[in-house]
Unconditional design. Structure first.
Lengths: 195, 266
């Protein structure tokens, strides 16, 4: 009896540890989520490509700043041209700030000049929780081998993107150049993801 | 008709017109509206936050942003460092944070120049982020304060500023010594009093330095020899050797707040 309890506690502890799945240097959590067109996008099928995940909420002032300034669309355009798969992910639950149905989300993305490869509708928040996406914008980079190599902020300063340290872009440049990523894990700023 | 179309979306956002931009209002108050040349006067920036919303401390925790102040002073005027009162812990969705709800006063000592005469207008800009579970809204507001040369006379707000000053942690590095040792994903903290009879009031404990201690972790010290020890989880963002930590501790109801600091010796 005692043994069973001990085992259960151990198993529980183990489950807690492994739930922190999105770790730098480890395979990224697998996901299979529909895009705004209703097509399924899964990580397994993207092997061999560098994948960027960008958590979005178009009503969040931090996100707005990066879209209204054109910074985010420019990054999307620049890196998708370098064969990067850029996935903009919305994990806002229905009824929460930033939630739109797929059709409306596609419209808003277009208005905001989003140039991502896909916008993923993670309305149940499973993908967001698997990556422990905390805020919008929160950026992740997965390398060609499916390993998570960046988890952090878009840049170092929410007040002025122009003079901020370009943490994410520098990391992505390093990944594309095959050099080590500095600051692979840092604290992203923004609005909490509205799970 | 067009008028209504413009107004309705604003109302839906929670009446920003009534409350000021960013779900909070700020003004600048003083213990006295008059002061003698070269003699400091205590003032405070008062922030009234809409019910259900919060703003952030110097360590905002996760997902928040600290409140910042910028001053525009006439020549010869000096300001001290603005005081940050003891914060509260809260969750914004899943994100642990530190900050303020309701009304908060940030005390600020001001010193006029030695040749001060007449009246001076001081101004500043306060920037903050207000969040509730559903949204985050940035706020920014100008504050001004007019002071005249003359013997000090307490204003109606003097008592409020007095109370606010008592909520600002005082540096207590001469009374206590803080030590920090990294231990894998944890930090071992130790506090030693310079006088063994000094108690440690630690009903409230907050990490004032961001990204060192996990913002969600409760910090509790246990009596250990002649001091107190605690083992706390490291912040997941502490990816490099820790260089410094400031801790803020206070007794029940936030009484006697103190600030202790540790710096890595090189």
């Amino acid at each position: 009896m005692m043994k069973t309890i001990a085992f259960t506690i151990l198993a529980g502890a183990f489950a807690l540890v492994t739930s922190h799945a999105a770790e730098i240097g480890k395979p990224a959590p697998d996901f299979s989520v529909k895009n705004t067109a209703g097509e399924t996008v899964d990580l397994a099928s993207l092997k061999g490509k560098v994948v960027v995940l960008e958590w979005v909420n178009y009503q969040c002032p931090f996100v707005k700043k990066h879209y209204e300034s054109g910074n985010m669309p420019k990054l999307q355009e620049t890196y998708t041209a370098k064969d990067v798969v850029w996935l903009t992910v919305s994990s806002a639950a229905e009824g929460k700030q930033g939630y739109y149905d797929a059709t409306k989300m596609a419209e808003v993305a277009k208005e905001q000049k989003n140039k991502a490869t896909h916008t993923l509708m993670d309305t149940d928040g499973k993908m967001g929780k698997a990556f422990d996406a905390k805020v919008t914008p929160h950026m992740f980079i997965i390398n060609k081998d499916g390993v998570l190599v960046y988890n952090g902020a878009i840049d170092s300063d929410p007040k002025d993107p122009a003079t901020a340290d370009k943490l994410f872009a520098n990391a992505l440049d390093a990944v594309l150049a095959g050099t080590p990523v500095e600051n692979a894990k840092n604290k992203p700023y923004g609005c909490g993801v509205k799970y | 008709m067009r008028f209504f179309l413009l107004i309705l979306p604003l109302l839906a956002l929670g009446s920003p017109i009534a409350s000021g931009k960013g779900h909070a209002r700020v003004d600048w108050i003083a213990m006295s509206k008059s002061c003698l040349p070269g003699k400091p006067v205590e003032t405070a920036v008062r922030m009234v936050i809409d019910p259900g919303w919060h703003t952030y401390w110097i360590n905002p925790g996760e997902g928040g942003m600290k409140t910042t102040f910028e001053w525009k002073l006439p020549d010869g005027w000096k300001v001290g460092e603005i005081g940050s009162p003891l914060p509260k812990r809260f969750l914004t969705g899943d994100l642990p944070g530190f900050g303020y709800e309701g009304t908060v006063l940030f005390p600020l000592g001001i010193t006029p120049p030695a040749d001060f005469s007449g009246t001076a207008t001081l101004s500043g800009t306060v920037s903050w982020l207000a969040c509730n579970d559903g949204a985050c809204v940035p706020g920014e507001s100008e504050v001004t304060l007019q002071l005249s040369a003359g013997p000090p006379a307490p204003t109606g707000e003097a008592g409020l500023i007095e109370t606010a000053l008592a909520k600002v942690p005082s540096a207590s590095d001469t009374n206590y010594k803080l030590h920090l040792v990294e231990d894998g994903n944890f930090l071992k903290l130790r506090i030693e009093p310079s006088d063994k009879t000094t108690p440690l009031l630690q009903t409230h404990a907050f990490p004032a330095t961001p990204d060192v201690i996990d913002a969600a972790a409760e910090i509790r010290f246990a009596t250990d020899g002649g001091g107190w020890s605690a083992r706390v989880p490291k912040s997941e963002y502490a990816t490099r050797p820790i260089e410094k930590l400031a801790l803020v501790l206070a007794g029940p109801d936030g009484v006697s707040p103190i600030s202790l600091s540790w710096q890595k010796s090189h």
